[in-house]
Each structure stands twice: as C-alpha cells, then as structure tokens.
Design a protein. Structure first.
Length: 311
C-alpha cells in the first residue's frame, strides 16, 4: 500500500504542521469531484531547475512524485503490481494527466518513512524508482540506493543544492528532512496545476499558509520576494515552470489561515519576468469551510483565467 506523505516536523514526525480546524488545508479544497464540475483536473509534483545563476535557470526534464510505502511488505515489484498500487493511491486519471504533461519523463520514488537514512550502507537499496511512460503506465521498476538518488538530484539540479546549514524544519518525508542537511536537497514542488478538459495547463496555484496573528495582507509574496533570498528563488522557480509550460498562464498565490480568528483567504496574481516578479491584482474571498465555499473558490479562479484569456 502507498500513502501520500503528510507535512510534519522533521525532529518529530508525529507533529503535523498547523492547519485550520474547520477549513483544513488548501489542497483539500480542490477535490476531483469539484474540479470535474468545472471540466477541470489538477496535478502536482516535484520538479528540478538547473540554475544558471541564483535567480535564473531552466526546467530539467524529469518530474518526480514521492510516496511512502506502508510498513506492509510489497509482495512483488513487478510493473503490474506497482502500477496498481500507484493507481490506488493517486487514481489512474491523475497519473495519466501528469504523465502527459511530463511527456514521458515522470518518475515515482517510493520509500518507507522508517528508513534510517543517516546510516545507509552501499549494499542497501531502500528506494523503488518507477518510470512512468507518456501513457501513464509503469515501464520500469528498479531498486535504488540513497547515493544514486543523491547523484540524480545533483545532476538534474545542475550541481550541488542545499537549503541552509540547519536544514528543513518541516517536510513531507523523513528522507527530505535528511537530504536538507546535505548538498543534494530534494527538489521543490508545485502545489497545483489546473488542467482544462483537453488536459492543457491553464493555471499554477501556490498555497501559502498564514500562521501569524497579524493580518494576511502584511505577509503577501511580494514583501518576502524582495527581502528573502530563499523566497525569491522559490517564486522564481515557479515562474520558470510557468514559462516552460509554453503557455501564458496565470500564476496565483492563495493565502489561507491556520488561526481561527481569520475567516477569509486572499488570492494574489504574480506577474513579471523571472527575477523581477511583482504582484498584480488580488481578490478576497470567504474562507471555504464547506463544499459550497470550495466551489465558489474554484469558480473565482475560473473567472480569473477567463479574464486573462479575454485580455
């Protein structure tokens, strides 16, 4: 059985990151059922940027999806068995949509949370690396060593890559926590790419949690983009992905609270060239605490996309 990773503290994997008790996390608002009502679907994945400078680079030709293997033993690693496990976890539609977007360069990386990554030896291969072809079917499965994975990360990133001396505080997997303290940090992700009924990308959505006491408006992307090197690179890499998709598609940041006193979300439009991004229009909506609110949010995003297409 495969599991979607949970965002948790690196030094205590039982402590999940904060979430709004009623509204939950933003990724939960874009269910397959609601997106389907608008003839949409969505994909998310990890991707690499080969940096030519600290602000500019180009997309490398692989998309990755990480999934945890439950502690139950996988009886077989045949392509058919692994494909069934992946489809059960993510749905066949999701895998096929993502494989089409990746143009045959999609890999699943499967591993257990319980692996002691710091004490791996050369004879251990704790990772299953799965190749997915352009039709969304498993074409190869192989066991992989930690060192091999780290070398792949560095090659696809154009060299060594780190996140600072302290590493990550929160992450989706124990492996990412470990790698964040090495020179082969796991690649960043895109929270959601919306696809139309022809499976063309029509928007990039970035979800940004707001954990602070003061108002959300004081903590929008443009403030940190100008001040923090890490935030500048984060938003630049998403803009590089935007440009690589070959479409002039909207790039939207959705700010949402974890604290009970906030009853609204903000949508921020990111404009500009890589290295010189800035905020455009913004919209304020009620916090989507139920399916009606979630549908209203998706409808608003569709309206923004259509406005962009008509201008």
């Amino acid at each position: 059985m495969l599991l979607k990773p949970k965002h948790a503290k690196c030094d205590d994997r039982e402590e999940l990151s904060k979430r709004h008790e009623v509204a939950g996390d933003a990724e939960e608002w874009f269910s397959w059922e609601l997106l389907n009502e608008y003839q949409l679907s969505g994909v998310n994945f990890d991707f690499f940027v080969n940096w030519t400078s600290w602000t500019h680079g180009k997309i490398s030709n692989e998309f990755w999806v990480k999934r945890n293997v439950s502690e139950d033993e996988i009886k077989s690693v045949s392509a058919e068995v692994i494909q069934d496990l992946i489809y059960s976890c993510d749905s066949e539609e999701f895998v096929k949509d993502l494989a089409l977007l990746a143009k045959g360069s999609l890999k699943y990386k499967l591993f257990r949370e319980s692996v002691d990554w710091a004490n791996q030896t050369d004879d251990q291969s704790p990772i299953l690396s799965v190749d997915i072809d352009a039709t969304g079917r498993v074409s190869a499965v192989r066991r992989e060593k930690l060192g091999t994975l780290m070398r792949q990360i560095q090659i696809l990133s154009g060299g060594t890559v780190g996140v600072g001396t302290k590493g990550l505080k929160y992450s989706y997997t124990n492996l990412e926590c470990f790698l964040s303290k090495t020179d082969a940090a796991w690649p960043g992700d895109v929270d959601l790419i919306l696809l139309d009924n022809e499976k063309k990308p029509i928007a990039i959505l970035e979800f940004k949690k707001h954990n602070k006491h003061d108002e959300i408006e004081k903590h929008k992307f443009e403030v940190y983009y100008k001040k923090k090197r890490s935030d500048k690179r984060k938003y630049n890499r998403l803009a590089i992905l935007r440009d690589a998709l070959g479409e002039n598609i909207p790039f939207l940041v959705i700010y949402y609270p974890t604290r009970e006193e906030f009853d609204y979300i903000l949508i921020d439009e990111v404009l500009g060239d890589v290295g010189n991004l800035y905020a455009g229009r913004d919209w304020r909506l009620d916090l989507p605490i139920d399916k009606a609110g979630q549908s209203q949010l998706i409808g608003k995003i569709v309206e923004i996309i259509q406005d962009d297409e008509n201008n």
